[in-house]
Structure formats: C-alpha cells, structure tokens
Design a protein around this ligand. Structure first.
Ligand SMILES: [Zn+2]
Length: 481
C-alpha cells in the first residue's frame, strides 16, 4: 500500500473527544481486536484481542488459584424446569434468555436455556456433591461463554455472547460466604487497578440494582470518558436462596442438617472495553504494559540495500529477552512510518526504533505510546531503561485515570446540585442517600441515572440529597453502560 494512502487510512478514526462511541468502535476494529460476526450483536475475538484477553485472564486465574479456587466446566444448556426453581433469578433473566427448542431435527420435549449465568446448573450439581461439613467449602470457578439477548450492543461492553469467568462457592456459614465475597471483590479491585490501570470505586449495590436472586451484590465501577459508569465486576452473597431452591444441604458438625450459603462472582471481557475507553487516544489503543501482548515493538529503519539494521533489530530483541515481550516488525513490504502508525493504533506501550544513525551512536530510540515522548538510550542501558519505562507507563496510566475520575466526581449537597450533576453527566455524583427504592426510581425517572454503589455509612442525622429523607449511607450515582 502506498505510504500516503496507508497513513490516511490509519488516521481516519474520529477524534476521541468528538464522538466517543464511533471512536471506540473504530479502535476495536482497527486495532484488530474484534470483527463483527454474521449474527447481530456477536463479535469475533481476533488473535490480538484474544492475546490481550488471555493476559487479563491469567492475572485473574492466578489470584483465584492462590486463594484456593479450582477451575471446572459446566454445560451450556439448562433445562427450563431447572431454571424456573429460583423465582427471583428466573424473573430477572427471563427477558434475556435464548432458548433451544429443536435438536437433531426434532422438537425438544423441554426447552433448553442457553446459560445467561450458571448458578442453577452449578447449584444442582452442588446438591449432589455436598453431603457433609467435610465437603465444604466448595470453591469452583469456570471460564466460559454466556448468552444474554441484548437489544443494543457494542464490542466488549455489551454483546449477545460474551466470555467471562464465574466463580461459584458453597460454605457452611454465612460469615464464611460473606468473607469469600469480599475477598473476590478485593481481587477484582486489585486486577482492575494494578494490572489494567483502571481506578474503581467499590461497594454494595442498592436493592434495586442488585443481582437477581442475590441477598447482596458488591461491585467495582469504573468511570468512562463520557461520564458514564461501567460495572466491571460483581461479587454476590446469595444467602441460602439457591441452596433452598436446589436443595443443597449438609450435615454439620453438630449432626444438624443445614442449607449451605452460596456466593457467585464474575468478570467478563467487558472490563477490556473499559481499558480501551479509558486509556485510548486519538491515535488508537493505549495498552497498560501488564496486558500488552507486545510490550515493545522493534522497528528497523533501513537504508536501501543495507541489512545491518535488520541484524541490529534482532540484537535488540535478544537484549530484551526476559525483560519485555518483544516483537520485531521486519515486514519488508511496509515502511517504518506505516509501522509506527499501526503499532500506535494497536496500543503497543513502547516502540524501539533502530536506524543507521542509532547504530553508529550505539543507541536505540525509544518512543512511549502514552506520552509519545522519544528518548535515545545507549544499548548497554537498554534492558534496564525499558524495564523502568514500562513500569512508569503502568503507574502513570493509573495516575492519569485516577486524576480524571477525581476531577469528574462531584459531591452533591442538595437536590439541585444532585440533579444538575447527573444531567450534566460529568461523572460520578457522590451524595448522602436514603437508600430507598422509591427514591432511586424517582432519580432514575428524572435523570436516567441510578446508584452505582453504596460506599459506606453516613454520619447519624444525615439527610438524602435528593429527597430529604434520613440518609443512612453515602453512595455514588451515574448513568451507566
Ligand atoms: Zn432519597
């Protein structure tokens, strides 16, 4: 492709600030993360997108295993009669369930739900596996796809079929189940903040916003550049609802037969949508080094007929072995500027340029994706400097996102500032709140926003900024994805 045409194509994404939605979709496609599938609302996760998802998955998986969880796999189909047993749960999911009614050319005697989540099938199996206190706790996670028939869809943020993990645990006591839910919430927070550089607020969901069938839901919520919140992970105390509906009982140490206490917790590829939205810029994706399939891309800038540059590029990759995931882009058919644009679009944190002048000076030119700064580094310092710069990118992406969230969060003290803040959709509105469902529904009707999390208790004597009723809690509100 001629260089000018390539440049034009690489540069044709709309500015992030002009049309976030179009920018987002273009970045997902042009960075080669996803492509559209023939079924509306479904996406194909391309190899580069999958490589990123794999790195995210490894971070979660390592932490799940370190806290005693094991992976297993449950089937995709759930018989209708089984799904119907937990009333609140089925009511919550019914509008989004896809059904299989025929198989092998015959009409099925019972419809099969394609799992929207797996509490039901897991609960049924746990009833079989758990008899005694010695069988507890059961700590299982599964990495799987689920289907929710959504109307409006967007790559990663909302798709009919999506990849996620869902943890399902069973415990002898409520206290243990509650501790599990907080432990997993903390794992979600730490991966979001430390690995994905996404600052999140954590807390409990209101009655109106909690998971269908849960006693209590806790969540991590990130703020997107358009002032909307993204729920990026949830951890649920299911109480004994599912244990009673699916008859999960055990003989306790006191010889009494009791129902177990269950939890479930999930993070989906939606969190990657948050990463793209928060860190990306007008040139495309910006990846935190921790989840970048290529942390460094080496781009040789050769002179015609001179292959010393290609040799030097390979030497640089060798110097970075064990320091950074490094890719040498030695495609002869593309020019260096074309490659710069492409790897910027695809979010590679650090570019190492090597040309005849660099070779003569015994140096490598490093270009940071986040700040676009360039620095020449002597070859003997390369490994140490790359390591430092990657760590600095990781830190500064988080710091930048945190500063942005703080700048966009307003504290509302009265009804006017509360409503104005939500209508302006600058970001989170933090306020004292009565936590009543009626109040939440009124807020939603007036502003299209709901509470995102209840972050803590309020001082005695506090009043709700919106309705003036006594306010037991402090909460964050926003419109959401
Ligand atoms: Zn209120």
């Amino acid at each position: 492709m001629p260089d000018d045409a390539a440049k034009r194509e690489m540069k044709s994404i709309p500015p992030k600030g002009a049309d976030l939605s179009d920018w987002y979709t273009q970045v997902c496609l042009r960075a080669q993360l996803v492509d559209y599938a023939p079924v509306r609302g479904c996406i194909v996760l391309r190899p580069y997108g999958f490589a990123i998802w794999d790195l995210i998955r490894e971070e979660f998986d390592r932490r799940f295993k370190a806290t005693g969880h094991q992976n297993a796999y449950f089937p995709l189909f759930i018989p209708e009669s089984l799904l119907a047993r937990e009333a609140e749960h089925v009511e919550g999911f019914a509008p989004e369930v896809a059904w299989v009614t025929e198989g092998g050319g015959e009409k099925l005697t019972e419809r099969l739900a394609i799992r929207p989540t797996s509490e039901v099938i897991v609960g049924m199996m746990y009833a079989r596996w758990i008899q005694s206190h010695r069988d507890l706790p059961v700590l299982i996670n599964q990495w799987a796809n689920v289907v929710r028939w959504e109307k409006a869809t967007r790559p990663f943020l909302r798709t009919l079929e999506f990849l996620w993990q869902e943890g399902h645990t069973a415990h002898a006591t409520q206290a243990e189940a509650s501790e599990e839910v907080q432990q997993m919430l903390e794992i979600y927070r730490s991966v979001a903040e430390d690995i994905l550089c996404l600052p999140v607020i954590t807390g409990r969901k209101s009655e109106h916003e909690k998971f269908a069938g849960a006693a209590a839901t806790f969540a991590i919520e990130a703020l997107m550049p358009d002032g909307k919140a993204l729920q990026a992970g949830t951890s649920h105390e299911l109480g004994q609802h599912f244990a009673k509906a699916y008859d999960i009982k055990f003989t306790d140490t006191d010889e009494q037969i009791k129902h177990v206490w269950t939890t479930s917790w999930g993070v989906s590829w939606r969190i990657l949508g948050g990463v793209i939205m928060v860190h990306g810029d007008d040139r495309g994706l910006v990846l935190p080094p921790a989840i970048a399939p290529h942390q460094v891309v080496v781009v040789p800038i050769p002179k015609k007929g001179d292959d010393t540059v290609a040799v030097a590029a390979r030497e640089i990759a060798a110097l970075l072995q064990g320091v950074a995931r490094t890719h040498v882009d030695d495609r002869p058919e593309q020019t260096a500027p074309w490659k710069f644009n492409e790897w910027e679009m695809r979010g590679v944190p650090l570019r190492a340029e090597i040309g005849p002048r660099d070779i003569a000076a015994g140096q490598v030119t490093l270009a940071r994706r986040d700040t676009l700064e360039k620095v020449a580094v002597p070859r003997e310092q390369l490994a140490a400097r790359v390591s430092e710069i990657l760590a600095d990118i990781q830190r500064s992406l988080y710091a930048r996102a945190l500063a942005e969230r703080e700048r966009r969060t307003v504290v509302a003290h009265d009804r006017k500032s509360f409503v104005d803040g939500l209508v302006a959709q600058t970001g989170f509105v933090e306020s004292l709140w009565c936590a009543r469902t009626e109040c939440e529904l009124d807020i939603k009707a007036e502003t299209s926003a709901v509470s995102r999390v209840i972050a803590g208790a309020a001082e005695p004597g506090s009043v709700c900024a919106y309705c003036g009723c006594p306010a037991p809690v402090r909460a964050f509100f926003a419109r959401s994805y």
